[in-house]
Ligand binder design. Structure first.
Ligand SMILES: *Cc1c(COP(=O)(O)O)cnc(C)c1O
Length: 404
């Protein structure tokens, strides 16, 4: 069970005012708010143990290294990776995808095929297009339908022994659809292709079991699950991470450097060149602890109630159309009201203290599919309330009256 008053008290920003109105934060798919324990974790790091990791023999450096490596182990346990060094600490989802996409440059040849889905975030499209430009590999796209679900027979038709890599998001940030990744992974493996799952949008709601999924790569960002920005993970199966070349050269990622030849460090350091966001990684661990204390089953159940309530309430507004109506979705509602431009709705309700996203949500191909310039997106988290949904409804009615 969710104790909503207790949870809301954990988030200092939630009792702030915006434009003179109490903040109603419904842009959680873009980034989540941070509980006090996460904020404290960052402050504590800089106040008590700040120093560089993996280098010094001095006490502070050892303390910082321990805290950093403990966070890695927390993440290993949370995502259920087999080995802690299969968790590479990165600057976030985008960075993680680029490590893999760049690494595959040396593993693909002209005519190889890689498969993406029609409902991806730009960060899971563009790095692969760049990879195709470098290698001559061909990008294929799993089609979707009006409901906002992937067409699995369309996927079957794309798979062949030419397929080397498949990359899809677990949950679409623009529609909320939960994709059937178990099946997607299984089918890809049957033709010998590797799979990368973009978990950026699913991991705040669904705790994945990476070993059970048998996925080859999994990427996520801390900031969408109550952690700081600029931190994330790249999970890769050990064999794959050993096969991929390093992404960046520098300190930390080497065994030995001479001007004739440099040898690379073992995992995970091979992919962690330079001084990382130490405080951010430690705070990511704190965020994972915080969310596990609430419990992901509790979070999902409560958010589903919010979704159901909000869907009914919003659909009672005449002319309101929801994009993404799968039975399997997280608490995201992407919508338009008649012909009103999403930006106009977003601006008016912002004056009323309500934060939603408007635009293409970094997923232009989805907007093209529906032939719309964008949507208004309200995305909910476990700290949102039913009262806030009522406030959203009232604000939308007001916006509609002003704009029609
Ligand atoms: C947010 C998001 C990303 C990008 O994450 P960054 O933290 O900005 O790198 C990628 N994919 C999906 C599905 C997302 O929701």
């Amino acid at each position: 069970m969710i104790d909503i008053q207790k949870i809301r008290a954990d988030f200092p920003i939630l009792n702030k005012k915006v434009n003179g109105k109490p903040l109603v934060y419904l842009d959680n798919a873009a980034t989540s708010q941070k509980p006090q324990v996460v904020i404290d974790s960052i402050v504590n790091y800089y106040t008590t143990i700040n120093s560089n990791i993996h280098r010094g023999v001095h006490t502070l450096s050892q303390k910082a290294t321990d805290a950093y490596e403990q966070a890695r182990i927390k993440l290993q346990q949370h995502f259920n990776a087999k080995k802690s060094y299969e968790i590479i600490l990165t600057a976030g989802t985008t960075h993680s995808i680029n490590i893999v996409a760049t690494g595959f440059s040396s593993l693909l040849k002209k005519g190889d095929e890689i498969i993406v889905s029609a409902m991806e975030h730009h960060s899971n499209i563009v790095p692969w297009q760049m990879l195709c430009e470098r290698t001559g590999a061909i990008l294929k796209v799993i089609p979707m339908d009006e409901v906002g679900e992937l067409l699995m027979n369309g996927y079957d038709a794309l798979l062949s022994n030419k397929t080397k890599l498949v990359f899809v998001n677990h949950v679409s940030n623009a529609l909320g659809t939960i994709n059937p990744i178990e099946k997607i992974i299984e089918k890809a493996h049957k033709v010998g292709a590797a799979v990368l799952i973009d978990g950026a949008q699913s991991c705040p709601h669904i705790k994945p079991d990476l070993q059970k999924l048998n996925v080859d790569f999994y990427v996520a960002s801390a900031h969408k699950l109550c952690g700081p920005t600029g931190v994330g993970i790249l999970y890769g199966k050990e064999a794959w991470l050993n096969k991929l070349p390093p992404y960046q050269g520098g300190g930390e990622m080497i065994k030995q450097v001479t001007f004739e030849k440099t040898t690379y460090a073992d995992l995970p350091h091979k992919f962690e060149a330079g001084t990382p966001n130490i405080a951010g990684v430690i705070a990511f661990g704190t965020a994972i602890d915080y969310m596990n204390e609430i419990g992901f089953d509790n979070i999902a159940a409560y958010e589903n109630e919010l979704l159901e309530y909000a869907t009914k309430k919003l659909l009672s507004i005449e002319g309101l159309k929801i994009y993404g109506t799968s039975q399997h979705k997280t608490a995201v509602i992407s919508f338009n009201i008649g012909e009103i431009h999403p930006y106009d709705i977003g601006s008016i309700i912002d004056k009323l203290g309500i934060a939603v996203r408007t635009g293409h949500h970094c997923a232009q191909p989805i907007m093209d599919f529906y032939n719309i310039p964008g949507t208004v997106r309200a995305s909910f988290s476990f700290y949102n309330t039913f009262e806030e949904i009522d406030l959203l409804y009232n604000a939308l009615i007001k916006a509609k009256t002003m704009l029609c």
